[in-house]
Design a protein around this ligand. Structure first.
Ligand SMILES: [Zn+2]
Ligand SMILES: [Zn+2]
Length: 140
């Protein structure tokens, strides 16, 4: 994880402070082994700060996302998860039928990045995508 001083600096550049709640939200994301949801983060934060409401969590997630400290991933059907920035360099293949999620490395989409750059001179940032389709099992 980036040091708290780095994060505090990035926040203060935009006129925000690194409050205890923000630290808790960041560390909840950092310490989860998988994609943690806003609801799961809220459950952890509220255990320590009973006055925090879930809209604070949503606002903070939005801010951290804008600052590039976390990545969001939309698994469809309202399921949204979060990663710390350092662990966001991979993609997810999501089966529309059974919901299986297959993780693939960032490099899988390098050819697409190259094509977009060559054909459209567009430098695509493909770091953490959810790609929907049908998995091997469900095709049979
Ligand atoms: Zn991910
Ligand atoms: Zn499937």
């Amino acid at each position: 994880m980036k040091s708290q001083r780095d994060i505090a600096q990035r926040l203060s550049e935009r006129g925000y402070r690194l409050t205890p709640q923000r630290i808790m939200i960041l560390s909840a994301i950092e310490n989860s082994s998988n994609h943690i949801s806003a609801e799961e983060i809220y459950a952890q934060v509220v255990a320590k700060y009973p006055k925090v409401n879930i809209s604070t969590v949503y606002r903070t997630l939005e801010l951290l996302k804008q600052l590039g400290l976390i990545y969001e991933i939309n698994f469809g059907e309202g399921r949204i998860g979060y990663h710390p920035e350092g662990r966001g360099h991979h993609h997810h293949l999501i089966c529309r039928k059974c919901g299986t999620v297959i993780d693939v490395s960032e490099s899988v989409l390098f050819p697409i990045q190259a094509i977009l750059l060559q054909a459209l001179n567009f430098n695509a940032e493909l770091k953490h995508l959810a790609i929907f389709g049908i998995c091997e099992n469900c095709q049979q």
